[in-house]
Design a protein around this ligand. Structure first.
Ligand SMILES: *[C@@H]1O[C@H](CO)[C@@H](O)[C@H](O)[C@H]1NC(C)=O
Ligand SMILES: *[C@@H]1O[C@H](CO)[C@@H](O)[C@H](O)[C@H]1NC(C)=O
Ligand SMILES: *[C@@H]1O[C@H](CO)[C@@H](O)[C@H](O)[C@H]1NC(C)=O
Ligand SMILES: *[C@@H]1O[C@H](CO)[C@@H](O)[C@H](O)[C@H]1NC(C)=O
Ligand SMILES: *[C@@H]1O[C@H](CO)[C@@H](O)[C@H](O)[C@H]1NC(C)=O
Length: 530
C-alpha cells in the first residue's frame, strides 16, 4: 500500500496493495476545505473500512465543501461511503487530536509511510488517541516531505536557468588556455590602425555587455552577417575581468572583418579606473541588502507556512543573476563612451536577423532611449506590461509618483542617444531610486534592472517599431515561427535561454544557426546542435 501526495498538494492517491483493484484518489477541488482535513478523513474512512478502497470517496468529498471541521466531514462522509448500511462509530477523541494544532517539537518519531503505519496499527492495536496521534504524525511528515520536494523543484528550475552549463564552462576554460599558449589568441582588438574607428560617429556603434562567450559570439555573428554594410559596424564587447581572456581569444581567432570588434573589460575603462563608480557602490549595497533580505535564505526556507512558490520567488530575489554588474552597466554608457553620440545596446540573449543600420535614421524627437513598448500588440501574453507589472503600487512612494497604467518598454535592443542623455540626470535618478529601494528593504520592486530603468527613463523614451525587438522567446513557446522569423531582432528573455537544455526546441535553431558546429572549440566542448 502506498500513499502519494502530489507536489501541488491538490491530489492524494492511495494505492492499495496487490490484490485490491480499486485505488483511492482524491482531488482537492475546494478552497474552503483544507487539504489536510480531507486527507485525514480519507485515511480515516479508509481504515474504518478495513482497507477497502472506494472510488466514490472522490465525488463525496468534492461535494462536501461546506464542512469546516474534520468532525463534520467525517460524520457526513462516513454513512455515504458505507451506503448507509451502518454508522461508523468514530470516537470524538480522534477528531479532537486531529484538529489540534501541532507544535513542531511535539511531533514525535512515528511511522513515516502508510505501510509502516498500517503495520504498527495491526500489531499494537492502539487506543483511539494513539491512533490519531500517529496518523497525524505520519501525515505531517509526508506533507513536509512533499513541500520540501516542491521547493526543491522550483529551485532546480531556477538553477537550471541560471547556472552555467558545463559546456559553457568548458568553452571558457579552453579559450583561457588558448589565450595563455597561443599569441594569435591575444591580438589587440581592434588592431592599432583601426582604433580611430572606435570614436568615429559616422559608423554604427553597438555595445554588448556579456560574460558569456558563446552568447556574445552569436550576437556578433548575427549582427555582422545580416549587415548590409559590415565595414561600418563597430561592436564594443564589454566583459568582466574573469571573462576578458576567453572573450579576447574567441574574437582574435574568429574575426568578423570587415566589421570592427573591440573587446574590453570593465576595469580597462578610464571612467572605471578613476575611482568612484556609483553603479558599483549601488551594486555592493544592493548585494548586502539582498543577502539580508528577510533574514537571508535560511530564514526564508525555514518559514513553513509560506507557499513553496513564494519561497522560491524570495530565494530568487537573492540571486546574483538579477543584479549582475553586466546588467546595471548600461546606465553608465554616456561616461563609458564619452566621444560617441549614438549607440545601440544589445543584450546577449538576442539574435539579429536583419540589417540594423536603419536604426540610425530614426528621428528620436529629442528623446534618449529608443525602445519597443510592451503594453500592446498581437501577443497578449508578452505584451501586457505596464508600470504596475514591475513596481509595487501598494507602496506610497511608488503610488504617489507614478501611473500604474503607464506603458512599459523593454531592455534588450535599445537605441540610446548619448548626446541627449548627457543633458539629463537620468543616471542620477536611477541611483536615487535604487537607494530608496534599498532603504525600504526592497519593497519598491524586487527583481532586475528594468524597474529602476522604467523610472529613470520616464519621459525620455521614444517608441520604436516592434519589428526591431520581438520579446518573450525564453518564457513561452506559443509564438508562431513565422512571426519570429519575420522579426528584425529576437530576444530570448526568460529562463529558457537557447544555450540551456531547457530551451524551446523549435526556437533554438534560430540561435544555433549562428554557431559553427565544426569549430574546434565548439566541438571539443561537446556543444551540439540539438
Ligand atoms: C511566514 O510566512 C507567512 C505568510 O506569508 C507570514 O505571515 C509570516 O510572518 C512568516 N513568518 C516569518 C517568521 O517570517
Ligand atoms: C534633475 O533632477 C531634478 C530632480 O531630481 C530635476 O528637478 C531637474 O530638473 C533635473 N535636471 C535636468 C536637467 O533634467
Ligand atoms: C509593497 O509595499 C507595501 C507597502 O510598503 C509592503 O507592505 C509590501 O510588502 C510591498 N510588497 C512587496 C512584494 O515587497
Ligand atoms: C502563451 O503561453 C503562455 C504560457 O505557456 C500562456 O499563459 C498564454 O496564455 C499563451 N498565449 C496565447 C496567446 O496562447
Ligand atoms: C566552420 O569551422 C570550420 C573549422 O574551423 C571552418 O573550416 C569553416 O570554414 C567554418 N564555417 C563557417 C561557415 O564559418
Amino acid at each position: 500500500m502506498q500513499l502519494h501526495i502530489s507536489p501541488s498538494l491538490r491530489h492524494i492517491t492511495v494505492l492499495p496493495a496487490k490484490g485490491f483493484r480499486e485505488l483511492c484518489k482524491v482531488k482537492i477541488g475546494s478552497r474552503r476545505l483544507s487539504y489536510r482535513m480531507v486527507f485525514y478523513s480519507l485515511l480515516f474512512i479508509t481504515f474504518l473500512l478495513r482497507f477497502v478502497f472506494v472510488l466514490t470517496a472522490v465525488d463525496a468529498i468534492e461535494g462536501e465543501n461546506k464542512c469546516s471541521s474534520i468532525g463534520c466531514l467525517g460524520k457526513r462522509l462516513g454513512p455515504r461511503i458505507l451506503g448507509r448500511r451502518y454508522q461508523p462509530n468514530v470516537p470524538e477523541v480522534i477528531y479532537q487530536v486531529l484538529e489540534e494544532d501541532t507544535s513542531p517539537n511535539e511531533v514525535e518519531i512515528g511511522p513515516q509511510t502508510l505501510q509502516e503505519f498500517v503495520a504498527e496499527m495491526k500489531t499494537e492495536l492502539p487506543d483511539a488517541k494513539t491512533f490519531a496521534i500517529k496518523l497525524k504524525t505520519m501525515v505531517t511528515f509526508l506533507e513536509e516531505r512533499t513541500r520540501t520536494a516542491k521547493i526543491q523543484e522550483y529551485l532546480y528550475r531556477h538553477v537550471a536557468s541560471s547556472s552555467i552549463p558545463k559546456q559553457l564552462h568548458c568553452l571558457t576554460l579552453r579559450l583561457a588556455n588558448e589565450h595563455s599558449t597561443n599569441a594569435n589568441a591575444r591580438l589587440q582588438l581592434p588592431s592599432a590602425e583601426l582604433v580611430p574607428a572606435l570614436v568615429d560617429n559616422s559608423l554604427f556603434h553597438f555595445v554588448l555587455a556579456s560574460d558569456n562567450v558563446l552568447a556574445a559570439s552569436v550576437v556578433a555573428s548575427s549582427l555582422v552577417q545580416n549587415s548590409l554594410q559590415p565595414e561600418k559596424v563597430v561592436l564594443h564587447v564589454i566583459t568582466d575581468r574573469k571573462t576578458y581572456a576567453p572573450m579576447q581569444a574567441w574574437f582574435s581567432l574568429h574575426p568578423l572583418g570587415p566589421a570592427i570588434i573591440e573587446v574590453k573589460a570593465l576595469h580597462q575603462f578610464d571612467w572605471f579606473a578613476k575611482g568612484k563608480v556609483p553603479v558599483l557602490e549601488a551594486m555592493e549595497n544592493d548585494q548586502k541588502v539582498r543577502a539580508q533580505f528577510r533574514g537571508g535564505s535560511s530564514a526564508i526556507i525555514a518559514n513553513n507556512t509560506e507557499k513553496p512558490k513564494v519561497i522560491a520567488a524570495k530565494l530568487q530575489a537573492l540571486s546574483p543573476k538579477y543584479n549582475s554588474l553586466m546588467n546595471h552597466i548600461r546606465i553608465n554608457l554616456p561616461e563609458m563612451f564619452p566621444s560617441l553620440n549614438k549607440v545601440v545596446f544589445l543584450d546577449d540573449d538576442i539574435v539579429i536577423q536583419t540589417d540594423l543600420a536603419p536604426l540610425w535614421d530614426i528621428d528620436m524627437n529629442g528623446k534618449v532611449n529608443g525602445a519597443v513598448e510592451t503594453c500592446r500588440g498581437e501577443d497578449k501574453y508578452v505584451m501586457s506590461k505596464r508600470f504596475k507589472s514591475y513596481l509595487n503600487f501598494s507602496h506610497p512612494l511608488i503610488a504617489s509618483n507614478f501611473d500604474p497604467n503607464e506603458c512599459a518598454w523593454a531592455y534588450g535592443m535599445n537605441l540610446f542617444d548619448l548626446e541627449q542623455w548627457r543633458e539629463t540626470n537620468i543616471s542620477q535618478t536611477y541611483y536615487n531610486w535604487i537607494e530608496k529601494n534599498l532603504k525600504s528593504d526592497l519593497s519598491l520592486w524586487q527583481l532586475g534592472t528594468l524597474p529602476p530603468g522604467l523610472i529613470a527613463f520616464r519621459g525620455h523614451v521614444h517608441t520604436i517599431n516592434p519589428f526591431w525587438h520581438m520579446l518573450g522567446l525564453g518564457y513561452q513557446d506559443n509564438t508562431t515561427i513565422g512571426n519570429v522569423k519575420a522579426a528584425g531582432v529576437i530576444h530570448f528573455n526568460g529562463r529558457a535561454k537557447p544555450w540551456l537544455d531547457i530551451a524551446f526546441p523549435q526556437l533554438r535553431p534560430l540561435w544555433t544557426k549562428y554557431l559553427n558546429f565544426s569549430d574546434r572549440f565548439i566541438k571539443s566542448c561537446h556543444i551540439r546542435e540539438t
